[in-house]
Design a protein around this ligand. Structure first.
Ligand SMILES: Cc1ncc(COP(=O)(O)O)c(C=O)c1O
Length: 418
């Protein structure tokens, strides 16, 4: 606790602009003392909190570069910009993900192509391949609810069609696939550190990559693309270095929070995995009720347990029966309830809405269409899986006895209603 507080106090307490403090800072710097506090990630002594968080995140995942940004959405935008995604291009996205994974494509002036998910509740590699056209530039692979997508077949299809792979790891930080961290398979990995994520700092995110060129471009995009380079006033060092970007910088306060949370990741995942294993090992589900397929069970972050009922009605009945017993289980799809995680609610895309009167990107002269045929029933298998699923969040706080009691309750309720 003390160490956690110190990360923040170092920044908050000591920061001010008085000349006296400036002189003290200068003296500290000259004496090569620990870095003085600075609320802005650049221009202070280095490494500041954000830079330390970047280094720790890259080390944690085992990749070369991690760039801190101010949200997961910013991470996705930066990754798309780094990969040169823009007008005339299509980007594949799964029909089940938080809307940000699709909205960033439109905000980048490209066309999102919505793909089916499979029984892992993540992108279906077969449908992904079917939706590739000569205009497809990239695929955003989302690892939903803590669990990896089928990375081997997805990467194989992507490589064969020369697509950039952007992993959206917003909901699966710390997860792995065949022992390798999620977010290190694609050209870029994108993480959210918003308040509801596995690792959090209020608002924040990271872009990860092993590619120096992509790192430079993502870094440029996140800082108005003219600002942070070894020499910020130097001429363009390589083709594609300078372009007009935005400001997605993370503040030192959030950097300090991120650093603290990253250090807790292992302990958090260990507790989640222990509890989910206890639950799974003690489930005796009736015929017809199955568990979400895990492409790599070892790599599951274990934030959720998801079951498939034989029908949407079965899922509804089971959810309600569990809730009546005090279990906070819930369905994943109901067209009558507004939810930004299923494509049927993405009317911004389905109705081709635009921020500008010209209708960009849907009317873009660089886009040599035809546009995808968007409709609420365009991904029937996605709707089938989501409507039959019953979701249960796992808590790291549950005791062994609570896990066993919960398993017994699920077994009993499921046997009585299915
Ligand atoms: C899968 C997914 N992608 C992207 C995001 C966007 O992250 P942020 O809220 O940090 O912008 C989220 C956030 O909920 C998410 O769940």
């Amino acid at each position: 606790m003390q160490a956690d507080a110190r990360e923040l106090m170092e920044i908050i307490d000591l920061w001010n602009y008085s000349q006296e403090t400036q002189a003290q800072i200068q003296a500290l710097l000259e004496a090569e003392q620990p870095p003085p506090p600075h609320l802005f990630r650049y221009y202070g002594a280095s490494p500041g909190k954000v830079a330390q968080a970047e280094q720790l995140w890259a080390e944690t995942l085992g990749c070369k570069y991690a760039l801190a940004v101010n949200s997961g959405t910013s991470a996705l935008m930066s990754a798309l910009a780094a990969n040169g995604v823009g007008p005339g291009m299509e980007v594949l996205v799964p029909g089940y993900t938080f809307f940000a994974s699709a909205s960033v494509v439109v905000a980048s002036r490209a066309i999102p192509v919505i793909c089916e998910i499979n029984d892992s509740l993540n992108l279906d590699p077969e449908d992904m391949e079917k939706k590739i056209t000569p205009r497809t530039r990239a695929v955003i692979v989302v690892h939903m609810r803590g669990l990896c997508a089928d990375m081997d077949p997805i990467l194989e299809v992507a490589r064969r069609h020369h697509l950039a792979v952007i992993e959206d790891v917003a909901q699966a930080a710390g997860g792995t696939y065949h022992g390798k961290a999620l977010g290190t398979f694609g050209d870029c990995g994108c993480f959210s550190f918003d308040f509801y994520k596995i690792t959090q700092c209020g608002e924040g995110g990271f872009v990860t990559t092993d590619d120096e060129f992509l790192y430079n471009r993502a870094q440029s995009w996140h800082d108005t693309a003219a600002c942070w380079r070894p020499d910020r006033f130097a001429q363009e060092r390589f083709a594609g270095e300078l372009f007009c970007g935005e400001n997605y910088r993370l503040s030192e306060l959030q950097g300090a929070m991120a650093l603290v949370q990253m250090r807790k990741l292992d302990a958090y995942l260990t507790a989640l995995r222990r509890n989910k294993k206890l639950l799974r090992d003690n489930l005796a589900l009736p015929a017809g009720l199955t568990l979400r397929r895990q492409p790599d069970p070892e790599g599951d972050t274990a934030i959720a347990l998801i079951m498939f009922a034989p029908s949407a009605e079965g899922a509804r009945v089971l959810s309600e029966a569990l809730q009546a017993e005090g279990v906070s289980a819930g369905g994943q799809f109901d067209q009558t309830v507004r939810d930004w995680h299923c494509y049927t609610h993405w009317e911004h895309v389905l109705q081709q809405k635009s921020v500008s009167p010209e209708g960009c990107p849907w009317s873009c002269p660089f886009y040599e269409g035809p546009l995808p045929q968007y409709s609420p029933d365009m991904c029937p298998r996605t709707l089938d899986y989501l409507s039959r699923s019953v979701h249960l969040g796992i808590s790291e706080h549950w005791t062994e006895a609570e896990c066993l009691a919960l398993a017994e309750k699920i077994n009993r309720v499921a046997a009585s209603v299915l």
